[in-house]
Design a protein around this ligand. Sequence first.
Ligand SMILES: Nc1ncnc2c1ncn2[C@@H]1O[C@H](COP(=O)(O)OP(=O)(O)OP(=O)(O)O)[C@@H](O)[C@H]1O
Length: 402
Amino acid sequence: MVEMSLEHIRKVYPGQIVAAVPDYSLKIKDGEFTVFIGPSGSGKSTVLRMIAGLEDITSGEFKMDEKLMNNVEPKNRDIAMVFQNYALYPHMTVFDNMAFGLKLRKEPKDKIKAAVDKAADLLGLTDFLDRKPANLSGGQRQRVALGRAMVRDAKVMLLDEPLSNLDAKLRVEMRSTIAKLHQELGNNFIYVTHDQIEAMTMADRIVLIDHGVIQQDGSPEDLYNNPGNKFVAGFMGSPSMNFMNLTLKGDTLISKDGKVNLLVPKGTSKFLKEQGYEGKEIVFGIRPEDIHTEPIAKDTYPGDTIKVRLDLVEPLGAETMYYFQVDNQQFVARVGARELSQTGDRTELTFQMPNAHFFDPTTELTIVPEGTKVYKSPTRQDSDVANTKGTSLEGQKFSAKY
Ligand SMILES: Nc1ncnc2c1ncn2[C@@H]1O[C@H](COP(=O)(O)OP(=O)(O)OP(=O)(O)O)[C@@H](O)[C@H]1O
């Protein structure tokens, strides 16, 4: 069990000018299941590999229980790591693969056997201990890799996209195996993925990274329901949140061509006006599940309807996706499985306005009541350049004053 802290961690790869990770600070509590998520190239693996000791830290401090770890050898960090490609020894049996680290440490034979048997039991590998990796399925191989990390009994388990080589069904299975493993072991798990379903289902805490900068850090529900900026809102959720630019006039949001007129709930329009958005453009966001085919009773929700032509109707079994254009933006609605509309049909859809999100068009920050913690959404231009003196940490993550 260990508390971990990353303080102003910075990584510039040799020969590079732009920092892959400009300035990263994070505290990880004992026993937490933390997921690093972000688009490809956002720096997730770089941070993980610095924690593991597989990459040098250019500057900043990485501590475990207050002990500075920057220059501690990977093997002495009490950290186990599971990779995407399993990295098993092909000539060794499952037992020997799992036992390898303990044998290197010259642990007694009975202790090794007990540790491997326990891991095999937990991971459903007991019947496969004599097999070689080539004779296992992908899911079984990844279980062996997990078992090998587990027997080390390390304080921290790092997992770098461990499920990305598996098919969809196995991924679902392995998600619960990993969650169970975490519950059983109770140590810190840091899990890197670009799959937000993995993040939502397994994490105690999600750290969403873009361009090496933390965009938001919180519980899965928090990131989904209270995104701090447009990037987070668009990243979390599949299909993504729908966005369009509208102008606030009184209690309505109106598109440039006047075809979209959405009634904003009274409380919302009041606070948007208080923030100075009357007559100004706002980025309006609505999740696909907040667009309905049935009118919402106006006395229950002040919903609002728009007329659309369905460009595509995609029945997915348990639900149906409607794709359509609003104000030249592609929108998608997630509706019931048995909706009868077809591609090309004209229909009326209702936006559940109390669930809408609003963003400033310039800063892309969520427009929220004063005092709410929000995050800036930096672009590549904002991100740091290695030879620029001083870093611009202030402003990467701050409480906006509205
Ligand atoms: N060895 C390296 N040398 C130079 N640049 C690197 C090196 N490794 C990674 N980078 C760069 O650092 C940035 C972050 O990469 P990183 O692999 O950490 O991203 P990631 O979020 O894990 O991406 P992915 O999901 O695709 O694995 C990228 O711009 C990448 O090109």
